[in-house]
Design a protein around this ligand. Structure first.
Ligand code: ADP
Ligand code: MG
Length: 779
């Protein structure tokens, strides 16, 4: 198998590593171990024409923040798999340091999200994919080898949609995902604490203090399985908060030195270029001072020759910061982090002594007073600080990636050996012993949440329970709510922190012909029973969900479809759902309901193909067609124009009364039916209506056939509801047909005058029946 790597796709920084004989951190094209998770888009103009957009990722992108913050994206991870309406996203949008324009995708629902860069929409997946692409490309250059696979880490709190988004980003970057690995698990692997003997268990807390986030996790490790006991922290607490505090300190020291009342105002009055440069350099200098203070007792922040006061005199920033002052300044941040740590223990009813090890990772856990504070809670021996805290997650990912590869390099000589080899054929190294000693096994994940479906009456049904070992698969049987039901709509969701979180919607169409074939020889009682549907929910090692369904009675009928997850398909399904709910209030005739159902079945098929399965892109012609079809279905139903009923009616007439049509009229009628069928599929509302009227008018020009059809319909309706009454109608039809052929018009007249009042009564009775479109499931 080609080489595989581990990637930490971080909020602030990303890193990649590979395990061969030892773990090696991959240097990027700038020669750094860490790549800032930052992207900028530049418009490249050639001869005044917009040639193309150029993407820059990493350190050089970060420099652009000062010049073009609107088209530079940082912390895109916070947006992954989230919808525009998500509270976290709204918080980002209203933030004072948020410069990008965040919107819904023009073709997605409110569940979608896009970032506008030079007026073009980008999804968070696309932006993350550019970051991954750089990591991938730089790794190939560094290793002088092709890389095809990667283990990519994700936060423990990522839900199905967020993980899907990550996987999409990887696939857009040309990487195959071996595993999406929760970051705390990656941390545990990199510390080697996952190597617990089979009959033992170990409970650890992973304390990940990064650039913008603070993630806490408590895990119990046993038999290769990681069981999540709880997670906590704060999505909005990290190294940046510390930087802000130092910045405030530096500015107030400078104001004091120059005796300035409001230094913020002085900065604000600088010309734009100077202001942006000053603020950018201040941020960089402050962060560097903070990093220096992790090893040194004093650091300096110097920004010379930039700021000027009203009189044009220079205001140089030249501030010294001791470690003691620093610790005083960041005391509130440290206090907050420790309170969150205690809160997590409380939430899961743990005490510090139940934790075997606390693992410190993330750049900010290098800060000595933070390490001390954690040791104060847990005792000094249990706290393990990673030697390279910003690289720990990538290292863990690299180790797992190595374990999951079919082949790897022998620890003894570097020769390529396969997972099934016991000793190296070249140097004789004992591979099996090494694997056992190192605990080189796959790890077992467990379901991150409870998984539910919604039933027709609104009840929720628990499908898979949290902490079920993964991968897992469960099949449940549900009943449809109606015997003639052609549509099924299943909503899947998690409950996360007591909140309903949609995983996706699942829409199925059932072919009536298949059902009729199956029911043909059944007794009436059984024929009336609603069908049952077997729904299978699969969760893979990455906590990603897949669903499949089949009809219990007709297992051969293929129903496997994908879940919609906030993209264009979801928008269309939501429009469809709205239309169904609306028409169910309108008391439409059963004919209209049947017509609509037939149209909806075809719409569902179209929606299932609106997204290109490989690229995830929207196929616009299909999207537009579906929008048009939904609108058309609504309008035709409102007008009571039942095209499919008319087709059925006309086809039956052709079949039953062919003798009454000249061959020319027969072929005209067939042509008109064919045209209406085509318009039903892809014609506009107007074209569809014209085709309907054309056939309807033509049909009306055969009054006797209309009368015969009405009598037949009355017979058919009685067949369904009162079979004893139907022979009378069929007999009348035969009598009239024969009498007409014999030109016995007297008999025709008398039969008609006898039967017509009754026909009218039957048709009125059943024509006035109303119905609703059914799509639910029950137990
Ligand atoms: P993330 O996981 O959010 O991408 P990282 O784990 O890469 O973040 O941590 C980045 C943060 O760590 C930044 O705020 C950076 O300033 C901080 N940091 C890095 N090295 C040190 C250090 N030696 N001392 C203190 N903070 C540091
Ligand atoms: Mg991180």
């Amino acid at each position: 198998m080609p080489k595989s790597i581990g990637i930490d796709l971080g909020t602030t920084n990303s890193a990649a590593a590979i395990k061969k004989v030892h773990i090696e951190i991959i240097k990027n094209s700038e020669g750094d171990l860490i790549t800032p998770s930052c992207l900028t888009v530049k418009k490249k103009k050639l001869a005044g024409l917009i040639k193309r957009q150029e993407f820059i990722v990493g350190k050089h992108a970060l420099e652009w923040i000062k010049q073009d913050p609107v088209n530079t994206v940082t912390a895109v991870k916070r947006l992954m798999g989230r919808s525009f309406t998500n509270p976290e996203v709204q918080k980002i949008i209203s933030g004072h340091r948020q410069f990008n324009t965040i919107t819904c995708q023009s073709m997605g629902t409110e569940n979608s999200l896009a970032i506008l860069l030079h007026e073009k929409e980008y999804t968070p997946e696309q932006i993350s994919s550019k970051i991954l692409k750089k990591m991938h490309k730089d790794a190939e250059a560094f290793l002088h080898d092709a890389i095809e696979y990667a283990v990519i880490t994700v936060p423990a709190y990522f839900n199905d949609k967020q993980k899907h988004a990550t996987r999409t980003a990887a696939s857009l970057a040309g990487l195959k995902v071996q595993r999406l690995l929760p970051e705390p698990t990656a941390a545990a692997i990199s510390f080697g604490v996952d190597q617990v003997k089979n009959d033992e268990a170990k409970t650890i807390m992973v304390f990940d203090f990064g650039g913008g986030t603070f993630d806490l996790s408590v895990l119990t490790i046993s038999g290769g399985q990681f069981i999540e006991q709880g997670k906590g922290g704060n999505m909005w607490l990290g190294g940046e908060d510390i930087d802000r505090k130092i910045e405030d300190f530096v500015l107030s020291e400078t104001a004091r030195e120059y005796d300035i009342g409001d230094i913020a105002q002085v900065i604000d009055h600088q010309e734009n270029g100077v202001k942006n440069r000053f603020l950018g350099e201040l941020t960089a200098a402050v962060e560097q001072a903070k990093i220096n203070l992790s090893d040194q007792d004093e650091a300096y922040i110097e920004l010379l020759g930039l700021l000027k006061d009203q009189d044009g005199d220079l205001l140089d920033v030249d501030v010294a910061l001791t470690r003691k002052q620093f610790e005083e300044i960041i005391r509130p941040v440290v206090k907050n982090a420790m309170e969150l740590t205690r809160k997590l223990l409380d939430d899961i009813h743990f005490t510090p002594d139940l934790i075997d090890n606390v693992l410190l990772v993330g750049g900010s856990s290098k800060i000595p007073c933070i390490i001390r504070a954690v040791k104060d809670i847990f005792g000094p021996d249990k706290v393990l600080v990673h030697e390279r805290p910003m690289l720990a997650i990538a290292e863990g990912a690299a180790i797992l990636s190595h374990r999951l590869s079919d082949t790897y390099e022998c620890m003894g000589c570097g020769n390529t050996v396969s997972q099934s080899d016991i000793v190296c054929s070249k140097c004789g190294f004992d591979l099996e012993k090494h694997i056992i000693d190192q605990g080189v096994f796959d790890i077992v994940h467990s379901a991150a949440h409870d998984y539910y479906v919604v039933l027709e009456n609104g009840d929720k049904y628990l499908f898979i329970e949290k902490n079920t070992p993964l991968p897992c698969e469960r099949t449940e049987v549900f009943k449809l709510v109606h015997s003639d039901q052609q549509l099924v709509h299943i909503k899947f969701f998690n409950i996360v922190n007591d909140k309903y979180e949609s995983i996706g919607d699942f829409w199925l169409d059932i072919d009536t012909e298949d059902v009729n074939d199956y029911r043909r020889d059944l007794s009436e009682e059984i024929r009336e029973l609603p069908l049952s549907i077997e729904v299978t929910l699969k969760i893979d090692e990455n906590n990603l969900v897949e669903v499949a369904a089949s009809l219990r009675e007709l297992p051969g009928v293929e129903l496997t479809k994908t879940l919609s997850r906030g993209k264009a398909d979801e928008k269309l399904f939501m429009a469809l759902e709205d239309m169904i709910n609306e028409s169910n209030k309108n008391e439409y005739s059963t004919y209209t309901i049947d017509d609509m159902t037939t149209r909806i079945v075809s719409i569902i098929k179209d929606i299932h193909s609106v997204i290109d399965k490989k690229t995830g892109e929207i196929i616009e012609p299909i999207y537009n067609l579906v929008e048009m079809k939904i609108d058309k279905t609504k309008r035709l139903a409102e007008e009571g124009v039942n095209c499919y009923s008319l087709i059925y009616y006309a086809q039956s007439a052709l079949q039953d009364f062919s003798k009454a049509f000249s061959s020319k009229n027969q072929s005209l009628m067939k042509k008109k039916i064919k045209h209406l069928k085509k318009m039903n599929l892809d014609g506009t509302y107007e074209e569809n209506l014209d085709a309907y009227n054309d056939l309807d008018t033509f049909f009306d020009s055969f009054p006797i056939i209309n009368i015969l059809m009405d009598i037949t319909s009355a017979g058919e309706l009685c067949d369904e509801h009162e079979p004893s009454r139907s022979p009378k109608f069929y007999n009348a039809v035969s009598t009239i047909m024969e009498a007409t052929l014999k030109e016995n018009y007297e008999l025709v007249e008398s039969t008609l005058s006898e039967i017509q009042p009754e026909v009218k009564k039957v048709l009125q009775q059943y024509d006035s029946e109303t119905g609703t479109i059914q799509k639910g499931i029950t137990r």
